[in-house]
Design a protein. Structure first.
Length: 266
């Protein structure tokens, strides 16, 4: 064996050892149970679904809902903040087991992940400053609009005919950053999920207004890796059992003061 062959064999041996030591990605719920915990990926700036309070603790509607589901399933849940634009990469790499944080179900996303049944509805709304006179989609022509990168809000703008008539679409890492642009006057409007927008308005009365027209209705679901059907089905069934039994109602009342849950898809 010459020196080149020896080097190649040594390299293969190192690669083989590295692969043997790499943890496998759980593909079934039993595998999660064997590991002892589940990792939920989220954007920790997306109030009121998942965000940090003044004590820097993760709180929110989806956080509480996930805690209830996994408490019922008797498995530890760990929350992992992620870059929302890289959510599919995080999921596919096995860094998280699911995405549960106001995740909009869209057809393009169905090609990248499995979804639970939709459990809550949402709309894409347009926020402006309180003194703005823009009130229709058509009036956004020639204006600069901001949205979070990789969000359903960005998709909604690009899917609308007004996109071609905008001065510019600015994308930011978070919705909070988009709102800073609005506050600074560098953009004229921000497209956001209604759930987030309404919460923001409630926390900042007199600062923002919502345009009359919206950019469409949508639904939230939990996203899982393609092929992980037993994980999806176990979580989905448990979630809707808790909704139908009324056990999850207290969470909806705490965050929205009403029952916001959808019926299970037949």
């Amino acid at each position: 064996m010459n020196s080149v062959q020896k080097s190649a064999v040594s390299l293969l041996a190192v690669v083989g050892l590295t692969n043997c030591g790499a943890p496998s990605i759980p593909t079934t719920f039993d595998a999660l149970v064997d590991r002892g915990y589940v990792i939920v990926g989220l954007d920790d700036t997306f109030a009121p679904m998942g965000f940090r309070n003044e004590q820097n603790e993760l709180v929110g509607f989806d956080v509480d809902l996930a805690k209830l589901v996994f408490e019922t399933l008797e498995i530890e849940v760990r929350f992992q903040p992620i870059d929302w634009a890289a959510k599919v990469l995080e999921l596919d790499a096995g860094n998280i087991d699911m995405i549960w944080n106001g995740l909009t179900i869209t057809e393009p996303r169905r090609l990248e992940m499995l979804f639970s049944d939709p459990y809550i509805s949402n709309r894409q709304i347009v926020l402006t400053k309180a003194d703005a006179t823009i009130d229709t989609i058509a009036e956004l022509s020639g204006k600069t609009v901001a949205a979070q990168l990789g969000s359903a809000s960005e998709d909604a703008v690009k899917a609308n005919a007004i996109f071609e008539d905008l001065e510019a679409l600015i994308t930011t890492d978070t919705f909070n950053s988009a709102l800073l642009e609005l506050n600074a006057g560098t953009v004229d409007a921000v497209v956001v999920d209604e759930i987030y927008g309404r919460y923001l308005i409630s926390q900042n009365p007199g600062t923002y207004r919502v345009m009359t027209e919206t950019l469409g209705d949508e639904f939230y679901g939990i996203g899982f890796r393609l092929g992980n059907t037993t994980i999806r089905d176990t979580v989905n069934d448990t979630l809707f059992d808790l909704i139908e039994s009324g056990e999850a109602l207290a969470i909806a009342q705490a965050w929205f003061a009403e029952d916001v849950f959808l019926d299970r898809v037949a």
